[in-house]
Design a protein around this ligand. Sequence first.
Ligand code: ZN
Length: 157
Amino acid sequence: MLHNIEQGISLPPPVVKTIRDEIYWQYAKLISKSAGFGINQRAFQMERFLALRDGRIHWSSTIREWVKEHEKPDECIYCEVKGDLTVEHILPQCCRGPDTPDNAIKVCKKCNSSKGGKRLYEWIGIKNKDKIPRIAEGKYLKLLYELHEKKRYSTYY
Ligand SMILES: [Zn+2]
């Protein structure tokens, strides 16, 4: 589990118990980051986490990521280099990632071949988890959630 790998870095609070909770917890961090509270604003993150978990707010669709993604259509989502972009599956197809827009982003060839068949957190590294571009992580978390709900995927990252 993530808890073990992450030990000593930044443990989620005890209220985060299930895989679903972990996905919500990480997504709540994204919300608090984009709200300008920074990644260490745990109180805000906790409030958003509870709201997601208890169904008071919904992420509902990937529209937010879609809009942000299209603001800079010629930039690599990972490293922001401009130019020749290729389609990358955030959850690789070899890990049962679907071939759908929700699982695809445009990235440069260098990032694409560096990531290869790795999953997002595996590629970036758990220690750098908080530095993942929001678009990629937002889409990834929603996708994992969906796959998890359908019981097609059983790990968090
Ligand atoms: Zn790149």
